[in-house]
Design a protein around this ligand. Structure first.
Ligand SMILES: Cc1cc2nc3c(=O)[nH]c(=O)nc-3n(C[C@H](O)[C@H](O)[C@H](O)COP(=O)(O)OP(=O)(O)OC[C@H]3O[C@@H](n4cnc5c(N)ncnc54)[C@H](O)[C@@H]3O)c2cc1C
Ligand code: FES
Length: 225
């Protein structure tokens, strides 16, 4: 697969394995890695669309649309980026990992912590958490962040995050209470994925915005909890 337009971290693609119209809608996936000739995605099996993608063979045709949406802005020079990811939300923030980047990464259990070897090649500053305590801190990535942020004593922490709804709600509350800046990528369910159906809107201080078009990444200051 050859990318025509280079993506930026946080953007997504719409993928559909089926050459028939079932399922009708392409499914959104964050771009994980890319170079001039390849695109890589991390896909968790859910329903029909992801199972059809899993069953593809080398040489099969795939319907791909992207890169779409707005990705993460570059951190300012005086800011310290801190990444927070839950589950497959790691795919969204993975391209932001550089040597020494701090990452708070949580999942339900150790089997659902993806890409650990790849992450460890990029940074040693990983704070692992699992809901069931099977690896790392027992709890979620936001609880771990709240516990550790002051001890990290970093200059101007700025959060870059993607994860399940509950994690994002807790994170938004914490950032708002502490006045910490950040960017969140929303994994809202999508229909058209290209801004036409309003099926993915979230409430912002400027009214409703489409996750697929104005997002998926939003400045936390824009979000109405
Ligand atoms: C911007 C964006 C980026 C995403 N990136 C990734 C990624 O990198 N890797 C990845 O594995 N998944 C990602 N997702 C979620 C992924 O798009 C869905 O899991 C997928 O569309 C499910 O398709 P399906 O046909 O297999 O399941 P469906 O048959 O459509 O649904 C099966 C079950 O999954 C639930 N579901 C469907 N979509 C979502 C969703 N967005 N969030 C939570 N539950 C959902 C349904 O409610 C249903 O219970 C992303 C979603 C968005 C909006
Ligand atoms: S999914 Fe149709 S507008 Fe976003």
């Amino acid at each position: 697969m050859q990318p025509h337009v280079r993506p930026v971290p946080g953007q997504f693609y719409l993928l559909r394995a089926s050459e028939t119209l079932d399922p009708l809608l392409r499914r959104p996936f964050s771009i994980l890695m890319w170079d001039d000739t390849h695109l890589e995605f991390l896909i968790r099996l859910k329903g029909r669309g992801t199972h059809l993608l899993r069953n593809m063979r080398v040489g099969d045709r795939i319907d791909v649309l992207g890169p779409l949406g707005n990705g993460y802005p570059d951190p300012l020079k005086d800011e310290t980026p801190i990444l927070v990811a839950g589950g497959v939300g790691i795919a969204s923030v993975f391209p932001l990992l550089h040597a020494g980047t701090r990452l708070f990464y949580g999942a339900m259990n150790s089997a659902e912590l993806y890409l650990l070897d790849d992450i460890k090649k990029l940074t040693g500053n990983i704070f692992i958490c699992t809901d069931d305590g099977s690896k790392g801190f027992k709890g979620n990535a936001v609880e771990r962040l709240i516990e550790s942020l002051d001890d990290l004593a970093v200059a101007k922490p700025t959060i870059y995050a993607c994860g399940p709804e509950g994690m994002i709600a807790a994170l938004l509350k914490f950032l708002s209470e502490r006045g910490i800046p950040g960017y969140i990528s929303f994994e809202e369910r999508m229909a058209c994925g290209i801004g036409a159906c309003l099926g993915c809107v979230i409430k912002t201080v400027q009214g409703y915005k489409r996750v697929c078009k104005e997002g998926p990444v939003f400045n936390v200051r824009e979000i109405v909890c």
